[in-house]
Design a protein around this ligand. Structure first.
Ligand code: PGA
Length: 249
């Protein structure tokens, strides 16, 4: 394995001073040449982006946000943050289409607008897709994912700044990961779906959902995965470092 691997920390609505301090350990670790292939991205809550930019300044760690508003222009949208504001504060990445936000009303149409506005601001997009347990049980996984991809990318030309994250909703925060053989098949199907729309054979695809230092050795067997979107296990510096070590070595 020689390609870069992404380790994207999705801190969700967590992050206290102790957690931020402990990331200094990760910053130090990221400078170890042995792990040069690891592309570490922290996506803390909006309120911590600036702080993260400061502490990661002299490292290769990048900082991103967990969502953005769909409008590119500024406006009277209390509580919202758009791609432009993220750019101003120094974010380089943004997660779009996370199932927790889909559950709160993000439609494929809105996600498409969010991706467009983020790309216009030169942010790298981590575009989340994945089926719920109910959809899986009804054998609708491929239909759902295909719809999420085709609607999410509507009128967007092939763009290497879009990184896909396959996150089966039933895997997020549950401790359950798909069977390795199933996941491998699913990732290859997703690649086919993207290739059909973009004529792009090797899009970057991450896996997300209960990734931890115990199951990562299993997951890394899937060579077609370009890294992980990590929630719970990314909040503890030692766990996060452990995941990276076990993937790279
Ligand atoms: P988890 O979350 O690692 O805690 O399952 C992943 C995610 O929601 O991106």
């Amino acid at each position: 394995m020689t390609n870069n691997m992404f380790f994207i920390a999705n801190w969700k609505m967590f992050g206290d001073l102790r957690a931020i301090n402990s990331t200094k350990k990760v910053i130090k670790f990221s400078k170890n040449k042995k792990f040069a292939r690891a592309q570490i991205v922290y996506c803390p809550p909006y309120t911590l982006i600036e702080q993260f930019n400061k502490i990661t300044k002299n490292s290769k760690i990048k900082v991103g946000a967990q969502d953005c508003h769909f409008l590119e222009s500024h406006g009277p949208f209390t509580g919202s943050v758009n791609a432009n504001l993220l750019k101003i504060i120094g974010a380089k990445y943004v997660i779009v289409g996370h199932s927790e936000n889909r559950a709160r009303g993000d439609t494929n149409y809105l996600i498409n607008l969010k991706i467009k506005s983020a790309l216009n601001k030169n942010l790298k997009v981590i575009f989340c897709i994945g089926e719920t347990l109910k959809e899986k049980k009804k054998n609708k996984t491929n239909l759902i994912i295909n719809t999420q991809i085709s609607r999410g990318l509507k009128n967007i030309k092939k763009n290497k700044n879009v990184i896909f994250a396959y996150e089966p909703v039933w895997s997020i925060g549950t401790g359950i990961i798909p069977k390795i053989s199933d996941l491998e098949k699913q990732v290859s199907l997703i690649k086919k779906m993207i290739n059909k729309i973009w004529k792009y054979k090797n899009p970057q695809i991450l896996y997300g959902g209960s990734v931890n230092s115990k199951n990562v050795r299993q997951l890394k067997k899937i060579r077609s995965i370009n890294g992980y979107l990590i929630g719970g296990a990314s909040q503890n510096a030692n766990n996060f470092i452990d995941i990276i070590k076990k993937t790279i070595i």
